[in-house]
Design a binder for this molecule. Sequence first.
Ligand SMILES: C[S@@+](CC[C@H](N)C(=O)[O-])C[C@H]1O[C@@H](n2cnc3c(N)ncnc32)[C@H](O)[C@@H]1O
Length: 383
Amino acid sequence: MNNKHIKEGLVQIYVPEFDKVSSQAPVFYNPAMELNRDLSILALQQFQINSDHEITICDAFGGSGIRGIRYSKEISGVFKVLVNDISPLAVEFGKENVRLNNLTNIEISQNDANLVLREKRGEFDVVDIDPFGTPSYFVDSVANSLKASSLLCITATDTSSLCGTYKEPCIRKYNAVPLKSEYCHENGIRILAGFVAMTFAKYKKSVVVKFSHSSEHYMRLYLQVEKGAKEADESLKNMGFIINCKKCLYRDIINGLAPHIPKKCPKCQEKLQVGGPLWLGEVQCADFIKNMISLTKEKSLNKEKQILKLLNRCLEESKMPPTFYDLHVVCKKLKISAPPLLDVLNLLKEEGFLVSRTHYQPTAIKTNAPLEKIEAILTNLHS
Ligand SMILES: C[S@@+](CC[C@H](N)C(=O)[O-])C[C@H]1O[C@@H](n2cnc3c(N)ncnc32)[C@H](O)[C@@H]1O
């Protein structure tokens, strides 16, 4: 077997030669996830700074070891990293790669992630869940495992389920109905956050989303975990539903787990689509993201430009309400061409509305303005 030499961040690794990135590769390494790993370095560093003590990290799905090795080398204040993988070959390469980088605070284990998390309950300050496809099978174990004031990093690549291309798998895996709409990626993040919150509540633990993004083929969330039944009950107040009208683009949020949900659109009487239960609380924490932006300069990461663009968008949208309007979709309904997005943004701002761009979609805006107002502005700009 020929090996491939890879340099990423401040580390280097070997992986078996592969033709294309796939879960069938002998040891998994995806260069397209460098941005994801760079952002993780920033989020974990910020979490460590906030914690004010050395942290122990579990990279539960280690693959080649690249992620855990980078955590050990590039984050300061790390006491220990456990890199785990179920594959014997991945573990073999992981061990070699740790030696290659001369690191002494990494342990490598070969086990099912669910077992590691249960066996080492209370040992980790940070757990990273980065499996193939859905993370849902591992959320109970990590909810059981994590202690107070810890951080959960979680990736989902089953975006077709979370975005509603396939409804049934989303219901099975996340116990939520997805919504196939122009803002389906945001919905997916909210479904995953809601599923995590509901699962953690079983273990009397609460979550706060510090940062989240939907990029390429995956969604990624960083959640601060606290202990306490009261706090868990409080966090569940963020759960609810989104109603959506496919015909006129009306949408609204409905808080609660057993609310009254109207069947027909109040604007055009069309049958409404319903998504949820999902997380209606914040999915971006402005202070946390601001600090990640400051750290970006210190860490001299390869993907700095992309990172800053994404973080600044997430910061912009952090105080905005759920869902967004894709101006191309609204203009299609109005049968007009779309004006420059910044013109719409400025006019809404002038009228006193909250408004921002969004990292989910370059042609979309987030705002608290009603749809009628957006449509009036678009029509005026067109005439
Ligand atoms: C998406 S890859 C991880 C990529 C890695 N975190 C990175 O950033 O390069 C998923 C890994 O999970 C491993 N895996 C699959 N099922 C597992 C399980 N139940 N427990 C632990 N590892 C598992 C696979 O062998 C594979 O290496």
